[in-house]
Design a protein around this ligand. Structure first.
Ligand SMILES: Cc1cc2nc3c(=O)[nH]c(=O)nc-3n(C[C@H](O)[C@H](O)[C@H](O)COP(=O)(O)O)c2cc1C
Length: 309
């Protein structure tokens, strides 16, 4: 939806606070390069030619992304956040500089490495994440947001570590494409690409645990589909929510609907600002902080309901 500026004005008119553009994907560039490499090897191109292909592919990709940022900035007045997906720190310093020059208001780093390599332990994988973030932070002057996944052995520790790297915001959590299997054709298919409101629980728990303990902003992502989801995330301590699936399903008007639901929730309680509800139900503010760390379905839970304040 953010691949062209067509929808951006509509998002702004419906009350979006900011727009995160689709990511520019390192993997896509590498894939395209490998395709050229196969062709080039067939025709016996030398190293100089291959270097040229490498340069040209990267230039073309980055140039079309730069154009998207510039067009977006001309279309809307709300902040435009560029997003890069990277799996290595190679090249990204150059790309992020270009993104900054194009006028992006902030950069969201969408880093994800599926921990499927049997040879790599969690220390090595985590060190790679930290290196990417460190490199980009060193070389970026605009606000930097890190969009995390929940695929970490010591998730709390990683959230804390990343939040201390001089970044401005964290997004908890990204949701990924998942493969499925069609039992009739016995072929690999795509699992549903949209989230459902039930998916809110994982980020809700971790935002409630982390907010108030990290010194950067937190945005919630995954499963926020309506005003109720938005309010829950604010109560858990989120500073913002990022929404995707619900816009695909319900259109841009869902943004204004969610904002209205939030306003009427505040009005009903004679509150003037979201600041008055933010974090009310996070781990620091509830009577029983262990509530967010419970994981087993013991009888105890059905007998004891926690109220939040
Ligand atoms: C069609 C589609 C495209 C997406 N493209 C990107 C992307 O380019 N970069 C990114 O960081 N996340 C991307 N996402 C993930 C969303 O930003 C979001 O993290 C995820 O969908 C969970 O939020 P939701 O429950 O509101 O959909 C995409 C999601 C969908 C459904």
């Amino acid at each position: 939806m953010t691949n062209s500026v067509k929808h951006l004005k509509e998002f702004e008119e419906n009350g979006a606070g900011a727009i995160v553009l689709k990511s520019i994907f390192e993997e896509e560039i590498v894939f395209e390069y490998n395709k050229y490499m196969t062709e080039a090897t067939k025709y016996g191109y030398d190293d100089e030619n291959l270097d040229y292909f490498d340069y040209k592919i990267k230039q073309d990709n980055i140039n079309s992304y730069i154009k998207l940022i510039k067009d977006a900035k001309q279309t809307v007045n709300i902040p435009v956040i560029a997003s890069v997906n990277c799996i290595s720190s190679y090249e990204w310093v150059y790309f992020t500089k270009k993104i900054e020059e194009a006028g992006a208001d902030a950069l969201e780093l969408n880093v994800f490495i599926l921990p499927s390599d049997y040879e790599k332990d969690s220390k090595e994988i985590e060190a790679n994440y930290l290196k990417i973030i460190e490199e980009v932070r060193k070389n970026t002057r605009i606000p930097l947001i890190v969009k995390m996944s929940s695929y970490f052995t010591a998730l709390g520790n990683m959230i804390h570590k990343i939040s201390k790297m001089g970044i401005d915001g964290l997004v908890l959590f990204n949701r990924f494409f998942s493969p499925d299997i069609n039992i009739e054709t016995q072929k690999i298919t795509s699992a549903p690409i949209y989230s459902s409101p039930a998916d809110i629980r994982l980020p809700l728990r971790w935002i409630a645990i982390s907010s108030g303990k990290v010194n950067c902003s937190i945005a919630a992502s995954t499963g926020v589909h309506d005003g109720e989801g938005l309010i829950k995330m604010m109560l858990a301590g989120a500073d913002a929510v990022e929404i995707a699936s619900t816009i695909y399903k319900n259109g841009a008007k869902q943004i204004s609907k969610m904002n209205e639901e939030l306003h009427s929730y505040l009005d009903k309680r004679d509150l003037e600002s979201v600041q008055q509800i933010k974090g009310l139900a996070n781990q620091l503010n509830i009577k029983n902080p262990a509530a967010f760390e419970r994981v087993q379905f013991m009888k105890y839970f059905s007998d004891n309901q926690d109220d939040i304040v």
